[in-house]
Ligand binder design. Structure first.
Ligand SMILES: Cc1cc2nc3c(=O)[nH]c(=O)nc-3n(C[C@H](O)[C@H](O)[C@H](O)COP(=O)(O)OP(=O)(O)OC[C@H]3O[C@@H](n4cnc5c(N)ncnc54)[C@H](O)[C@@H]3O)c2cc1C
Length: 440
């Protein structure tokens, strides 16, 4: 199918706390009128920006146009929890699983390395902090998984530290967690600041139009995309629309969107900080990413709670749903820090991730002049930065040994159509929540 109408666009009826903290009200211009370019990139998240940057670096005389449906610091990449991870969350025990984990590790570290390089070179202020990460379990039920993770890290040759409840209390100021594995090389950032910085420092031959959703895309012959007030014609197209990909026939329904929610508290007062002890900024992820909570303590003494994942086929999260999650997060925070009952929640927001059945991406050529990196399955800061950059090299026929890793990760496989998909996803989520109920 060469002409595609966009049926759904992401909409979060809430305020991205990270962007609000920055107080940056700069709005990028929308597209008005007709423009032509060599490359059109749709989506200004980590994937689209990494792709646009690399194409522009390798082809300085070609023009790259990026269309973003939302404001640049308001998309899913800017709404995330701010972990730029260096290691896969799970490894597995067979040699095939180990090889797979090794492949992902190389790709994640490549993405992290290039993000760091860009942040350093352009002095992007995004609170980049090498704090490491705690992989935490709440209950005895997950002792096996914590032990297993340590074995896997040993096999990968990664350094780590095991912490029990008492050690965690000292580092995190809470007795909520039973145990954790700490790995030292995960980065924490303000993701809205990072995405804004990545956009602001793109090479000169890249033009970004925000608040300019592609509403109709023609992929036969000259690429053509219509926005509410303009049109882009280009030779080649990169679709970096992640959660919104399912609606387009070129993706064959191999991805679907889920929404997840985050809350930032107000900064702790000096008295509240005394209660939890003298702790520095840290981040933790749960043993079960779908059922547990991600937590951060920021350098400006706020907590971040990221918890709960919902099936989101319409890509829209309402204000009512946001309000429900704000209450959920408040209750959860009260359980984690019972000694901090008077901390106010400042912002609760949502964002989209996209999921594939086998965890592999939709990456590469969708047709002769159309490319994509979608189906992030979470962890997109480093992963999609790597996938987007490598896709640009693939599109330009560059030689990079990591392109073999992109082949090795495989491709997203078949998902059933709706409503069967809805039933499958909802029952999977119910099973995961039940299995990990002790972690919530
Ligand atoms: C609350 C939350 C917490 C998370 N925490 C982390 C974390 O700590 N670390 C981590 O690595 N990952 C995290 N993730 C996941 C991470 O944000 C994603 O993996 C990442 O954003 C994927 O990047 P992307 O560029 O592929 O997609 P996206 O960031 O989703 O970018 C796709 C872009 O396409 C745009 N778009 C869609 N349709 C159109 C259209 N028709 N026209 C124009 N533009 C369009 C969208 O607006 C969007 O900006 C989190 C996600 C959420 C929501």
């Amino acid at each position: 199918m060469s002409q595609m109408k966009i049926k759904n666009l992401p909409l979060d009826q809430n305020i991205n706390g990270w962007a609000a903290l920055r107080g940056d009200t700069t709005r990028h211009p929308a597209l008005h009128g007709k423009v032509t370019a060599d490359w059109l990139v749709i989506g200004a998240g980590f994937a689209g920006l990494a792709f646009a940057r690399r194409i522009a670096e390798l082809r300085p005389h070609e023009h790259v146009v990026v269309l973003e449906a939302l404001d640049v610091a308001d998309n899913a990449s800017a709404r995330n929890s701010g972990f730029v991870i260096d290691l896969p969350h799970t490894v597995g025990s067979t040699s095939a699983e180990l090889e797979h984990a090794n492949t992902y590790r190389r790709l994640l570290q490549y993405g992290l390395h290039h993000l760091k390089d860009t942040v350093d070179r352009h002095e992007i202020e995004c609170d980049w902090l090498n704090s490491g990460k705690y992989h935490c379990a709440v209950s005895e039920q997950f002792d096996g998984e914590i032990a297993h993770y340590q074995k896997e890290l040993t096999t990968l040759g990664e350094s780590f530290e095991y912490l029990d409840n008492a050690a965690l209390k000292q580092r995190l100021g809470t007795s909520f967690y039973r145990s954790a594995v700490y790995t030292p090389n995960c980065i924490l950032v303000n993701p809205a600041a990072l995405i804004s910085g990545l956009v602001a420092t793109l090479p000169e031959n890249v033009t970004v139009y925000a608040n300019s959703p592609a509403l109709q895309i023609e992929t036969q012959g000259t690429i053509r995309a219509e926005t509410p007030h303009g049109e882009v014609r280009a030779r080649k197209l990169m679709l970096a629309i992640n959660g919104a990909a399912r609606g387009l026939p070129l993706f064959k329904g191999n991805v679907f969107a889920m929404s997840t929610f985050a809350t930032l508290t107000e900064p702790l007062t000096p008295e509240q900080r005394r209660v939890i002890g003298d702790i520095s900024a840290w981040g933790s992820t749960p043993v079960n990413a779908l059922a547990g909570a991600t937590l951060r303590y920021t350098s400006d003494h706020r907590f971040l709670i990221r918890e709960h994942v919902n099936f989101a086929p319409g890509l829209v999260t309402s204000a009512v749903e946001t309000g429900r999650h704000a209450r959920r997060h408040q209750k959860l925070f009260a359980r984690i820090y019972p000694q901090l009952q008077d901390v106010n929640m400042a912002y609760t927001w949502s964002g989209l991730i996209s999921i594939t059945r086998n965890g592999a991406p939709v990456w590469g050529n969708l047709s002769e002049n159309v490319y994509s990196s979608a189906g992030c399955n979470g962890s997109g800061s480093s992963k999609q930065s790597a996938f987007g950059r490598l896709l640009a090299e693939h599109a330009l026929g560059e030689d990079n040994p990591l392109l073999a890793d992109m082949e090795a990760v495989g491709r997203a496989n078949y998902l059933p159509p709706r409503p069967f998909l809805d039933v499958g996803v909802k029952s999977f989520m119910a099973r995961e929540r039940w299995r990990s109920r002790s972690e919530m």
